[in-house]
Design a protein around this ligand. Structure first.
Ligand SMILES: Cc1cc2nc3c(=O)[nH]c(=O)nc-3n(C[C@H](O)[C@H](O)[C@H](O)COP(=O)(O)O)c2cc1C
Length: 440
């Protein structure tokens, strides 16, 4: 296995040489025009292929309504010029919050969400003209085993998991969320979708990734004697029935899902893993689920992999891990190649379904060329940008105006934003936006 290295390329040739010496097979196109081809998603026209990925800011105000820093983040994203803004994980229940300052979508926070959507749309128009209207998706979540509504772990689990239980130190007989609670939770998601439409979002994402409750259910092979556990049909039940309820009750809304298609923990506890080798993915179940979701009316798919609590570098390749975490024995380009290849496998299975790809921030000023290469080769329809957007929110604008990114403004993948989030602090870029985030 190739060892980890920091980003250290002075120019494109050095970058490409490293990629080929690793055999990474990362697409690359000097012509970045493909990023600015419009795309239609569920009848809505996106002006380009750039998307902001969902990123929790842990900066909600009282009751889980968007706070001052939430407004600031989305105004900065709105001014960027991206075709799609995928709003961060908003909890659908108080006990499913990942930290006390996570957004909570509920009747008493609706006004705040409504203002957030309005301000985002107004800022977008002011910045890029009256016809610029990015598609806005809200991610709906229940944090499951990672719930910390009061700041201390208060796990809600679908099945025991020896790979993830040691962290909150759960006993073997820790109670599981009941079938009745899961039935009720489907209703809560459907109601949340209705509220999201009321506040002006174009769509909702049934978040099913990173080990949170809905993704844990996809791998709940050890949840015995439950209609939500064991067989593939049972494990897929929650997401499919929830999508169906949303489609029937809120027919106008875009249904999206951020799907973790490869958990990278051993069978039977991981979703999308090869039965005999957790280091290999097996996308047959993820593909089967997407096929069913498409029949129900899935409009948009966002592909991610890994569980941050287990292998953070799988989903978020970095130069430096969060403090206390081990440095991975893998070159970040190898990790990015894995992410791109898996997203491409999903996109190629469903060529007509817009797929958002993930994992571009480590590439810094080369992400546009890689993104354009990915689109041209059919590897995904949209290029999703996470941490780099916190560091450099006007990246899309710079690309439009100058055809290139400014290397002095890119994300350094130092994990500072992840550390803030882990500590339950408002999350943002501690390097490029240090006036706001450095001393928190
Ligand atoms: C501070 C922070 C918060 C995040 N919050 C979310 C979230 O709310 N929902 C989600 O699906 N992913 C979340 N992620 C993961 C990102 O969406 C993205 O997948 C990841 O950062 C890799 O993309 P990048 O290399 O462009 O940063 C978060 C990442 C960071 C750094």
């Amino acid at each position: 296995m190739s060892g980890h290295e920091k980003f250290n390329f002075k120019n494109k040739d050095e970058f490409l040489a490293k990629g080929s010496s690793l055999g990474a097979g990362i697409p690359f196109s000097d012509d970045i025009g493909a990023l600015f081809e419009p795309l239609t998603v569920a009848g809505k026209r996106l002006p380009n292929r750039l998307a902001i990925q969902p990123m929790e800011g842990a900066d909600a105000g009282p009751g889980g309504a968007p706070g001052e820093l939430t407004f600031r983040r989305y105004q900065r994203f709105a001014a960027s010029g991206c075709g799609l803004i995928w709003f961060e994980a908003a909890a659908v229940t108080e006990n499913g919050k990942s930290n006390p300052s996570q957004l909570l979508l509920a009747r008493n926070t609706l006004d705040g969400f409504r203002r957030l959507v309005e301000k985002t749309r107004n800022t977008a128009r002011k910045s890029l003209g009256p016809n610029y209207s990015p598609v806005l998706i809200l991610q709906l979540t229940h944090s499951g085993r990672f719930s910390k509504p009061q700041g201390a772990p208060a796990p809600i689990i679908a099945q025991p998991n020896p790979y993830l239980d040691p962290r909150p130190k759960l006993p073997l007989d820790f109670p599981l969320i009941s079938d009745q609670e899961l039935d009720d939770l489907q209703e809560v998601y459907a109601e949340a979708a209705r509220m999201a439409l009321e506040t002006g979002f174009d769509g909702v994402d049934i978040k099913a990734c990173h080990g949170y409750l809905v993704s844990e259910l996809l791998a709940a092979r050890e949840r015995e004697g439950s209609p939500y556990g064991g067989s593939y049909q049972n494990r897929a039940r929650f997401i499919l029935e929830t999508a169906q309820k949303i489609r029937v009750r809120v027919p106008e809304i875009i249904i999206a899902s951020r799907l973790g298609v490869y958990d990278a923990i051993s069978y039977p506890y991981g979703f999308g893993v090869d039965r005999n080798d957790p280091l290999r993915h097996d996308l047959s179940e993820p593909k089967a689920i997407v096929r069913r979701l498409k029949d129900i009316g899935l409009d948009l798919l966002n592909i991610t992999i890994g569980i941050p609590a287990s292998k953070p570098h799988y989903g978020r390749p970095f130069d430096k891990p969060v403090s206390g975490a081990a440095m991975p024995d893998e070159h970040p380009l190898t990790g990015i190649a894995r992410l791109l290849q898996i997203a491409a496998e999903m996109q190629q299975e469903f060529p007509a379904l817009p797929v958002v790809g993930t994992g571009y921030s480590w590439l810094r000023q080369f992400f546009p060329q890689v993104g354009a290469g990915v689109i041209k080769s059919g590897g995904s329809s949209l290029i999703g940008i996470g941490r780099l957007a916190l560091a450099y929110p006007d990246f899309a604008r710079d690309l439009m105006d100058n055809g290139a990114l400014n290397p002095k403004k890119v994300c350094l993948t130092c994990s500072g934003c992840s550390e803030l989030l882990r500590a339950g602090q408002p999350a943002g870029c501690v390097v490029r936006d240090k006036r706001v985030y450095q001393n928190r």
